[in-house]
Design a protein around this ligand. Structure first.
Ligand code: SAH
Length: 456
């Protein structure tokens, strides 16, 4: 049976946007049929062209705006390169916060059917610009010149950018200087299409509290041309540099880092501090990118854990032990588990670095290690989870329901999987008390939350 859709491909129509999707596109409806249109904002009236009409939804392109949202920000075309990677740059910061809080409320209500929880207003940044402590900039060649910046959305074309509005000034400066040095030394850029050339990415990482800088040069080839001159120039131009690392990624892939790293100059890691805890960060380790909001997030997690010093705590998905070490200051004992063995090595080193002895780390999947601990009689009073976007493994949630810790603190970077997992925990006897969204990634569509659940 052929179904008749309310719109046809290539048709031009007038719409009013009602909502935004989780990836920031405008939503308009024609007789209940949803159309997703990039760059449209709720309340705006526009003329659009239908470019795809699927069975359940359509995609459109914005042609002309008749009425603008009070939250709309116009970015002059010549400034666009500075906003690379900022999917929400066309929305004012107040509008972005409203959007993110709303996404959390909608996901919890629609997906999780969560009713009694107190969803707090999102905690935004006082200054939401220049916050990122890390940049990974793709390198290419255009008209015979080395360029580095970001990929033009949905293409493989690299747009040259000398500055990003979301990176810390020291990170911008590092990327700019390294790019200039590579141009001067005529280091060949990587050519993605032919999988030839040398320099693929420039990465810079900066410890905001310590002022220590790391530069990572990622190449296709095992050899880095003009290595000595390059290193000397970086050291003389960037006074804060403490570590220069060479990473080799010979594969045809869009994964940035390869497995092999070699320290070319200085230390293997740089240091940073969150609150009173010091961390060593090596080139391959995961480390939160927004240091200001990380402190806000971890403080909230600690508050929700409500520790008095006698508890046994499990930190699942612990990474380099950041949350574990934060919790250890207030708990009797913390057990951290993480699937990447190198991260566990970092976590152990970080515990030693801070003289923290009431922590124990184990490498492995949370859904395998925690049931094993539980069988051996290790029961947590408080359990913290901070899973990747896909959320917690079902087996881990079942173990939590059997173990029955008094409290669960759930740190999430995806409201949809958070809502799904909260439903499972609620059905098993927990109650979601508080949900606190924290804006860790201003101007992008990413949404972070921390939630507190207690056993009924
Ligand atoms: N809590 C840390 C890291 C959070 S990121 C911090 O705030 O810095 C999520 C972490 O979960 C990553 O380090 C990832 O390697 C890890 N991970 C992914 N799947 C896992 C699993 N099944 N079991 C344990 N850890 C996992």
């Amino acid at each position: 049976m052929k179904i008749t859709l309310p719109v046809q491909k290539n048709e031009e129509i007038e719409v009013v946007f009602e909502d935004l999707t989780h990836d920031g596109a405008g939503v308009a409806k024609v007789d209940g049929y949803p159309l997703f249109i990039k760059n449209g904002l709720p309340g705006e009236k526009a003329r659009i062209k239908v470019i795809k009409a699927n069975k359940n939804y359509g995609i459109g392109r914005l042609l002309e705006l008749y009425e603008k949202s009070p939250y709309r920000v116009d970015i002059p075309k010549e400034e666009a390169p500075k906003y690379g990677g900022c999917q929400l740059a066309h929305i004012s910061y107040t509008g972005q916060l409203k959007y993110k809080e709303n996404q959390v409320r909608q996901a919890l209500a629609r997906i999780g059917k969560i009713e009694g929880a107190h969803i707090h207003p999102i905690i935004g940044m006082d200054n939401p610009w220049h916050y990122r402590n890390k940049a990974q900039v793709p390198v290419g060649e255009k008209d015979g010149k080395l360029v580095a910046g970001f990929f033009k959305p949905r293409t493989h074309e690299i747009l040259d950018a000398d500055e990003s509005v979301i990176q810390l000034p020291a990170v911008n400066e590092a990327v700019r200087a390294v790019k200039e040095i590579c141009r001067e030394l005529r280091i060949p850029a990587y050519d993605e299409e032919h999988h030839s050339g040398v320099l693929r990415h420039i990465m810079a990482r900066y410890g905001r509290e310590t002022g220590e800088l790391m530069v990572v040069l990622i190449t296709r080839t095992a050899e880095l041309p003009h290595q000595k001159k390059l290193v000397d120039a970086i050291v003389s131009r960037l006074k804060q540099v403490k570590s220069i690392v060479h990473n080799v990624n010979p594969r045809r892939t869009n994964v940035i880092l390869g497995e092999r790293t070699k320290v070319l100059w200085g230390n293997e890691a740089i240091y940073d501090k969150i609150g009173d805890v010091k961390f060593a960060i090596s080139a391959l380790s995961f480390y939160q990118v927004n240091p200001v909001q990380t402190k806000v997030l971890y403080d909230k997690a600690l508050e929700y854990a409500g520790l008095n010093g006698n508890e046994s705590v499990i930190d699942a998905y612990c990474g380099i032990g950041t949350i574990s070490l934060f919790l250890a200051q207030k708990a009797r004992k913390v057990f951290g588990v993480e699937v990447v063995p190198e991260a566990i090595e970092d976590a152990k080193r970080n515990a030693a670095l801070n003289g923290i002895t009431n922590v124990q780390f184990e490498a492995g999947a949370a859904e395998t290690v925690i049931p094993k601990w539980y069988e051996a009689g290790n029961k947590a009073d408080v359990l913290v989870v901070d899973p990747p976007r896909k959320g917690c493994d079902e087996a881990l949630l079942q173990t939590i329901l059997e173990m029955k810790p008094k409290k669960v603190v759930y740190v999430s970077c995806n409201p949809a999987t958070l809502a799904r997992d909260l439903r499972i925990l609620e059905d098993g006897g927990y109650r979601t008390v508080d949900v606190q969204p924290v804006d860790m990634f201003p101007h992008t569509t990413h949404i972070e939350c921390v939630s507190q659940l207690i056993l009924n």
